[in-house]
Design a protein around this ligand. Structure first.
Ligand SMILES: *Cc1c(COP(=O)(O)O)cnc(C)c1O
Length: 392
């Protein structure tokens, strides 16, 4: 099918809930993609931080195929090896105690919220269920995670939302203290606000929040759905902020392109959710877990160091353009935000796409770059050349 035929089917039969780019992706290799018309693109999106090993990765595809040919799915009423092996590698590397596997970021955050409320209920009784989240955050699209998201425009139409969320300014302890109260059971945050505009939190602030949480026995709930699994140059971003969360979620990049997610808990939270308290039909699916094992096996210390170096290389390259359209460059590892001025971030994204470079937008004025973690120096250079053409 060509682009127009695919688009006609989409418009005819699919709910129009996305502002889609006007191309259809057909296939890829590494960090390079081709559309339905055969046009080539350098990919700085990895499907919003999902395809950590790029496209058509042989080891990943082989693991998916092999597991699909053994058993593609079986319920959590049975043990299987792939998720068990995955857990045994993921949990110690994250400095945590145990993990729950689900399918998506929002679902992972829902589980984390359930856990925080039950922890507090069992220890302190009713009336201590509020969770403080940060303004400009993004935590998902379910009724509860929309309300956890600290942006007013997500709190429309779908009433009634889940109660029990209050919002504090990022990097502002006074604002957090103003939102505090006897009814609070946890603080939930992203360490780099992704959808909100690639805004890293200050490490001092994060440590102060962690100390306050420890003092008040609030759970420190870190949403690593976008920042996790190597994206920032460490397995989890909190490992660069000098804090250890009580609960941390992950999703996007974990299985390199298959739907997978979950949350990890520390020792203190290990026995909160017990048989019957939480579950998921697809959670821990063998094929997705086999894919995630390949991703995790790839993230060696050298590989992660290389993610940091490539991120620095890309940031330096953008700075060297001395483009009047760039108001600032933020981020860590291969999670990069470029502040855009003199043109809208969406227009810049479209112009780059026309020239053969795929990027994302975030917040009000940010071009967001989340290339596959395996992107080569040559692919980065080709992306920078396109940026130079469009932005100089
Ligand atoms: C993408 C994202 C989510 C939602 O993940 P889904 O898989 O789309 O449900 C939640 N939190 C953060 C930080 C995200 O970036």
């Amino acid at each position: 099918m060509n682009f127009n035929e695919i688009k006609a089917l989409d418009e005819g039969y699919v709910l129009q809930t996305y502002g889609r780019n006007q191309i259809a992706i057909d296939h890829g290799k590494g960090a390079t993609l081709w559309d339905a018309g055969g046009k080539e693109y350098i990919d700085f999106t990895s499907g919003i931080g999902v395809c950590s090993l790029g496209y058509a990765n042989e080891t990943w595809a082989r693991a998916v195929y092999d597991q699909a040919m053994k058993v593609g799915h079986i319920s959590n009423l049975f043990y299987t090896e792939p998720y068990a092996r995955l857990a045994s590698k993921l949990v110690p590397a994250a400095g945590m105690s145990a993990v729950f596997f689900g399918n998506s970021g929002a679902e992972a955050n829902e589980g984390m919220i359930k856990l925080a409320r039950k922890y507090s209920y069992e220890k302190y009784g009713e009336g201590r269920a509020a969770i403080i989240t940060l303004k400009n955050s993004f935590h998902g699209r379910t009724i509860t995670t929309l309300k956890a998201t600290g942006q007013d425009h997500f709190h429309e139409f779908f009433f009634p939302f889940t109660e029990g969320f209050r919002y504090a300014e990022a990097n502002n302890m006074d604002s957090l203290l103003a939102a505090a109260g006897d009814d609070v059971c946890g603080v939930m945050m992203e360490l780099i606000q992704g959808e909100g505009g690639v805004n890293p939190l200050e490490a001092d602030y994060v440590r102060a929040v962690a100390e306050l949480c420890a003092e008040k026995d609030w759970l420190l709930l870190i949403d690593e759905v976008q920042t996790g699994v190597g994206r920032t140059g460490t397995l989890f971003a909190y490992q660069q902020f000098g804090v250890q969360p009580d609960v941390a979620t992950f999703a996007k990049g974990i299985a390199g392109g298959l739907p997978f997610g979950g949350f990890m808990v520390n020792e203190k939270c290990r026995n909160v959710l017990r048989a019957g308290d939480h579950g998921s039909t697809f959670g821990g699916n063998p094929v997705a877990a086999a894919a995630a094992n390949v991703v995790l096996d790839t993230l060696s210390p050298d590989f992660l160091e290389n993610v940091k170096e490539k991120g620095q290389y890309l940031r330096n390259g953008i700075a060297a353009l001395k483009s009047s359209y760039v108001s600032g460059i933020r981020g860590m590892g291969l999670m990069i935000g470029v502040g855009v001025q003199g043109m809208s971030h969406r227009e810049l994204k479209d112009r780059l796409m026309d020239e053969g470079l795929l990027c994302l937008t975030a917040g009000a004025d940010t071009l967001r770059l989340l290339p596959p973690l395996v992107i080569s120096k040559e692919e980065i250079e080709r992306g920078l050349e396109i940026m130079a053409r469009v932005m100089k």
